[in-house]
Design a protein around this ligand. Structure first.
Ligand code: NAD
Length: 411
């Protein structure tokens, strides 16, 4: 099943049934409670006006305000934004954050827009969704092809609308505007913690462990850096144009030096292999860190990794999850593995609210505690309830929200 919304709904339903909830709870939680579609007119540099379509999806706010990134990408769809907001709820649940899930997106191609056009689009998006977002309602953050500069424009626009400085409206800001130390690297740091836990379970030392990473953007490039620094061998990396492979380990510092701001680097080298071949390399840990639906029932039987850690959202289909689990490959699912970003976003919001800022070490230590606790909870559910890791993660992620819904008397 390659429809990310439908496959998420299948697992949400299974998780709620296993937790003993009825159809009413399933009906409520398998869809976002609110979806806003907006049209954003943007004056382009040549004087013409282009009208962009954007979305903001809020899954459920029984636990607290909703939280999740804004994606700028040509392939954004309503269904994808809805699925992403549900995944954010699960991440927040696994990490035990006082949030529900939210997500936004604009159908656009930032690679073809100027700096000023991007600024006008970012400000226009905030004006369009301003009624339903805010520091105690719904808190955006960066996602695919949005960054701290875009967060800064969005925060500035929101502050103008509300007529007071509102750093807690959005996370992933530049440090000088109330951003948190460690936010930029948080997703990769969280993935590193999961890789360490998974390697321990498989009795594989990190020193010399063979790592393959699909995607060399924010998540993939920092992950490659941290793995390289930890003494692992990053033997394969890829971007949208292709993949590079060296069985003895790639020169990651050199590749990091040469990548562009969209995470492209392979076009500078003669390709060694394709993206499809990269996924099937013999390795210890495979990390999909690019896009959805990369591991499917077609290629899952040929995956040679002992461990798959999903840094990307939705890289593995449900059919592939079944095949991987049956083959004894340890899967650390996306809603657990990539929770580092939202955890440090939460720290940023807490620091904005209290007006007192923590050092990088403090952030890293707190992140580690939350990631490991999340991992232990999911792994215990996997063992005791005899369910695969994805279903275990969904059970862990949806439990608190369902309880909050019940206490509030909504269902
Ligand atoms: P990014 O835009 O910075 O980088 C994406 C990378 O994937 C680039 O190297 C790009 O070339 C590559 N890519 C794009 N299409 C591809 C394709 N068809 N085949 C192979 N490679 C392709 O994005 P990111 O922020 O690194 O996010 C990557 C994934 O991780 C996404 O699924 C995102 O939702 C997820 N994620 C990111 C964060 C975060 O904090 N950045 C947090 C949680 C989850």
């Amino acid at each position: 099943m390659s429809d990310v919304l439908e496959s998420t709904q299948v697992v949400i339903e299974q998780a709620l049934k296993r937790l003993g909830y009825g159809q009413d709870m399933i009906d409520l939680l398998k869809e976002p409670m609110r979806l806003l579609t907006v049209r954003i007119p943007v004056r382009m540099d040549d004087g013409s006006t282009v009208v962009f379509t954007g979305y903001r999806s809020q899954h459920n706010d029984s636990v607290g305000p909703t939280k999740g990134g804004v994606r700028f990408h040509p392939a954004v769809t309503e269904k994808e934004v809805k699925a992403l907001s549900i995944w954010m709820s699960l991440k927040c649940g696994i990490a035990d954050l006082p949030y529900g899930g939210g997500k936004g997106g604009v159908i656009c191609d930032p690679r073809k827009m100027s700096f000023r056009e991007l600024e006008r689009l970012s400000r226009g998006y905030v004006r369009a969704v301003s009624q339903i977002v805010g520091p105690t309602k719904d808190i955006p953050a960066p996602d695919v092809m949005t960054n701290s500069q875009i967060m800064a424009w969005m925060m500035d626009e929101y502050s103008h609308i509300r007529e007071f400085d509102s750093p807690g409206f959005i996370t992933g800001k530049p440090i000088v505007l109330g951003g948190s130390k460690g936010r930029e690297t948080a997703t990769a740091r969280g993935v590193v913690i999961m890789i360490h836990e998974a390697l321990k379970l498989k009795n594989i030392p990190i020193e010399g462990a063979r790592i393959v990473i699909q995607g060399f953007g924010n998540a993939g490039s920092f992950l490659a850096k941290f793995m390289y620094e930890a003494g692992a061998r990053v033997i394969g990396i890829s971007d949208v144009n292709g993949a590079l492979y060296n069985k003895d380990g790639l020169d990651i510092p050199h590749l990091l030096d040469r990548r562009d701001s969209f995470g492209n680097v392979t076009n500078l080298y003669p390709k060694t292999i394709s993206n499809e071949e990269l996924l099937e390399l013999d390795c210890d840990v495979l990390v999909p860190a690019a896009i959805e639906n990369q591991i499917t029932e077609e290629n899952a039987p040929r995956i040679q990794a002992s461990i798959i850690v999903e840094a990307a959202n939705g890289p593995t289909t449900l059919e592939a999850t079944k095949i991987i689990t049956e083959r004894g490959i340890l899967l650390i699912p996306d809603v657990l593995a990539s929770a580092g970003g939202v955890i440090v976003s939460y720290f940023e919001w807490v620091q904005n609210n209290q007006g007192y800022y923590w050092g990088e070490q403090e952030i890293d230590d707190k992140l580690r505690v939350m990631m490991i606790r999340g991992f232990e909870n999911v792994y215990e559910i996997h063992l005791t309830r005899k369910v695969d890791m994805r279903l275990a993660a969904y059970m862990s992620g949806v439990r608190k929200m369902a309880e909050a819904v019940r206490y509030r008397g909504w269902v």
